[in-house]
Structure formats: C-alpha cells, structure tokens
Design a binder for this molecule. Structure first.
Ligand code: GLU
Length: 493
C-alpha cells in the first residue's frame, strides 16, 4: 500500500448532494489537501437503476460549486479506474469466487418470501432476526439440486468466528462489536451486482485508500466490512467516523430542517464559501474563537483530532449569518457578478447587455443589507423598474397637508433641476437647504422624495440612492410622481 494519503468520497448518486455528504466530502478534501494527499471521487452506483447520468451530473455540479475539486476519479481519470462501481463487476466477481473457494462465502437460494416468514417468526418470538444459515447447511445433494435448478440466488459472507470485531477509530477511539451480532451479509444480490459493503471494501483496497472518512451512520458497516477485508487478505485503511447531523431539537436532520440539499443552497442565494465555512463547523472546530474561515484557512487549520464525537447540530441561522459576512466581504463588482443570474431570472437585467457601472452602484448600496443573493431582485428592483408609481398617500409628508407636500416636491424638483452637478454633497446641500427654507425637519422632506424616486419607504440612504439612480432617472421619476400626486391631492385632503 502506498504511504501517501489517499481518501475518497463515494456518493451513491441521486441527483442531489445532501448536506451530510457534502460535509463528508469537505472533510476528506481538507484532510487530503493538508496532508499533500489525493482526493478521489468514486461513484457508488451498484444500485445502477437509481443512478442515471443526470443523477451523477447533479452531484458533480454540487461538488464543483463548493469548490471541492477532486484530483482523481470519475470524470478526472487516474490509474485506478474505472471509478464507477457499475463498471467494476469483473473485479468484484473475482473476489466473490475467492471467498467461495475459501469457504468464507456461500450461495443462498432462500426466496424473499421465505426470508420474510423467518423474519416474522423471529418477531413473534421477540428475538432479533438473524439469517439462520439455512443454505450453508444444505446437504451436498440439496445444494447440487439447487445449483441445477437455475433458481436465482444471492451470495452471503460467512460471518467471522472470532468473538468480536474491533478497530480503533481516529475520532471515536476503540470500538468493538460482538461477532454474533453480525449475520451472514448478502454480498452479491440476485441480479449479480455486489452490495455496497462488499464493493466498497474491494474498491477501497484496490484504490489504495489510506483513510476512510465517512459519517457515523456507517459505523455498523465498518464492522461488517473489516471481516470481509480480512477474509480477502487486504490490509485495512484507517477509519474516521464523523458525527451525525441533527436539528437543534436533536431530531434527525430532514426535509423540514430547511435546506438540506446543496443545490438548494445555490438557488436560495447562499455563497459557496459561506456554505463551505458552515459545513466545516458541523463536527469540527478550530479550538479558537475564529468563526470565519476561507477554504485555504480551513486546509491549514483542519485536523481529524479536532473532529467531535458528539452529534453536530445543524443551525441554519449560522449559515444565514455567515452568508451575510461573506456578502459584505466581497468586492462590489464580484458581488454584482454573482447577483446577475438572480436579477436575470427575475427579468430585471439582460446578461448580454448590462450597464456595469450602474449595477455596481446599485449593488454597493444594498451590500450591507443583503443576506443572500436571492434577495437581490427585490432589493434592486427599483433601480431597474421603468416606473415606480408610488402611492399618493405615501407622498404626504409627516404632519403636513397633501397640498403643502405637493408644493414641497415641486420646489424640490425645481431646485434639483438647477444643480450643476449630480453628486452626493451637492444633492445633500440642496435638499437640506430646502428643508430649512421650508421650516421642515429634514426627515419630513426626505421621505416623500425617497418615495417619489424609489416607490418605497425603505431604501438605502437617500442621497447615495439618487446618485446611483442618476440625474435623469431621479428627476423623471420625481416629475411623474408630482403629476400623479397633483391629480390625487384633492381626494387626500
Ligand atoms: N455510497 C456510500 C454513501 O453514499 C459511501 C459510504 C462510504 O464512504 O463508504 O453513503
């Protein structure tokens, strides 16, 4: 076996990458990068019917979106291929023959109905069901008859005779199960395909995997896999089982927990760097108070020793917070780039024809407030709307009559039209000057102006917003608002 670290992520593709598998992939990736090792992607598709090309693609898209590039494996190539289990049948078959020849596996013709009866009988007697080795104990004549029958059969692994199966987990320490708990596992299904536990052992060995890092939901499988590896004469990899993910109320992480599929994070406007940062903390911490880590910093800081044994609580609020942190940290132009697909989907911009300066100006104003990219269309719509058509009653200044409010807006428009330049300081001086001349508080004047140019009562700071909108757009919106207001004043009075 090579000394160089080789780890793998082995998804059974279902089209969507679950957050738990993404976390497992990240830890494998971080460990490989830090150790100067190799991160391998293998497709566990022994259940070939459920793994279409589209399903595989969906998983790859998510890994790439997270930035977890793999060095070797499916779609990347390497010396240990093919990296898809459905294409490695010959290899598995050879090892099945080996186990049969060694007497460590046997064919089993028990039908699903017979097994069901056995299971029910066990249930009735309140004992755990364990396959009673019926087919192991067939007489030579019975076996020969079964073999001639051509009836479908599975292959079972003969459970080890030693009393316990032990190993030392890098996260959980020494672990042991009674061998009597392990019944004779099916390693080849009736359709001739190997089962996950068997294929995984064969591949991990043939691919020189040094560390198997996976979720604690696989602990029992590890106890199953070790005897198979030993029977085949393989040396064992090191194992590290990662904590299970739960909701804050300790229940299993499920659909109602918010986004649990990586594809959903992307469409809900989370940044991949925030998701990676969030995933890293699902079962690991740096032992310091630092909470924000880039991928490069994670590679540096990560260690399997600091992976927790206790379940990791999945708190979506933490991701929401991290996402805001990353959004605020992006250069404006880059944030604008990332908003474009969302704005285009909402029909606000045409990606082929975007005024970048205008977009950047708008995005800069919303950067503080955006919690995710999916909020961009709603936050930025007034920058792109043809008309903002504010409600007339919102144009009435606080504690002023509709008629006085209208006059104030008319004066505002006249003064703004007279400005030599359209800059923050000029606009501010102009509007503050007018408020003073009117004897109004600044806020009394600014709210109707805000509503006139944006259509909204809550926007980024007014002067900045007017600069970003530009002179022409601001003045024409104001003039339209005044026209509409003029017609409505009588009704409002
Ligand atoms: N295909 C398995 C899964 O997706 C792989 C588990 C393992 O890492 O061995 O859970």
């Amino acid at each position: 076996m090579a000394n160089k670290v080789r780890v793998r992520i082995a998804p059974s593709p279902t089209g969507n990458l679950h957050v738990g598998n993404a976390r497992t992939a990240l830890y494998n990736y971080l460990f490989a990068r830090q150790q100067g090792g190799t991160f391998i992607l293998r497709i566990d598709d022994t259940d070939a019917k459920r793994s279409t090309e589209k399903d595989i693609d969906g998983v790859l898209v998510s890994f790439r979106w997270l930035g977890l590039e793999w060095d070797e494996g499916f779609a990347a190539g390497g010396d240990y291929g093919p990296y898809r289990q459905s294409q490695r049948r010959d290899l598995y078959d050879g090892h099945v023959q080996q186990l049969l020849a060694q007497g460590q596996a046997y064919r089993c013709w028990c039908t699903p109905a017979e097994l069901d009866d056995m299971r029910k009988a066990a249930q009735k007697q309140r004992r755990p069901f364990r396959y009673p080795q019926t087919c192991l104990h067939l007489s030579a004549a019975e076996r020969a008859a079964k073999e001639r029958s051509g009836d479908p059969f599975v292959v079972r692994f003969l459970s080890p005779s030693e009393s316990t199966v032990d190993f030392t987990d890098l996260v959980r320490g020494d672990l042991s199960v009674e061998a009597s708990e392990l019944d004779d596992l099916v390693i080849v299904k009736a359709d001739g395909m190997p089962t996950y536990n068997f294929a995984s052992v064969v591949d991990d060995s043939h691919m020189d995997i040094t560390h198997v890092i996976r979720g604690a939901d696989h602990l029992y499988n590890t106890h199953r896999q070790i005897p198979i590896a030993r029977a085949l004469g393989f040396s064992l990899p090191a194992y590290a089982h990662l904590p299970l993910l739960t909701n804050p109320d300790r229940s299993k992480l499920g659909k109602r927990s918010g986004a649990v599929l990586v594809g959903d994070y992307a469409s809900q406007g989370y940044l991949p760097e925030a998701v990676v940062n969030f995933l890293a903390f699902l079962g690991w911490n740096p032992g310091t108070t630092q909470e924000v880590f880039s991928l490069a910093e994670l590679i540096e800081a990560f260690s399997l020793e600091r992976v927790n044994r206790a379940n990791a609580v999945f708190e979506l609020q933490k991701l929401v917070w991290l996402n805001g942190v990353y959004i605020r940290g992006l250069p404006v132009a880059e944030l604008a780039d990332r908003c474009i697909p969302f704005l285009a989907d909402a029909g606000l911009v045409d990606p082929a024809d975007i005024d970048r300066d205008y977009l950047n100006g708008a995005v800069e104003l919303e950067q503080e407030r955006l919690k995710n990219l999916a909020e961009a269309p709603e936050a930025l719509d007034f920058f792109y709307a043809e008309d903002v058509t504010p409600e007339a009653r919102l144009l009435v200044a606080k504690k002023q009559t509709p008629a006085d409010s209208l006059r104030a807006l008319e004066q505002t428009l006249a003064r703004l039209r007279g400005l030599d330049s359209w800059e923050l300081a000029t606009i501010e001086a102009c509007l503050r000057g007018l408020a003073a001349d009117l004897g109004w508080k600044a806020g009394q004047l600014f709210m109707p102006i805000r509503v006139a140019v944006t259509g909204k009562t809550a926007t980024p700071p007014l002067f900045e917003t007017m600069v970003a909108l530009g002179r022409e757009r601001s003045l024409s919106r104001m003039s339209k608002a005044i026209d509409a207001f003029t017609g409505a004043v009588a009704e409002l009075a």
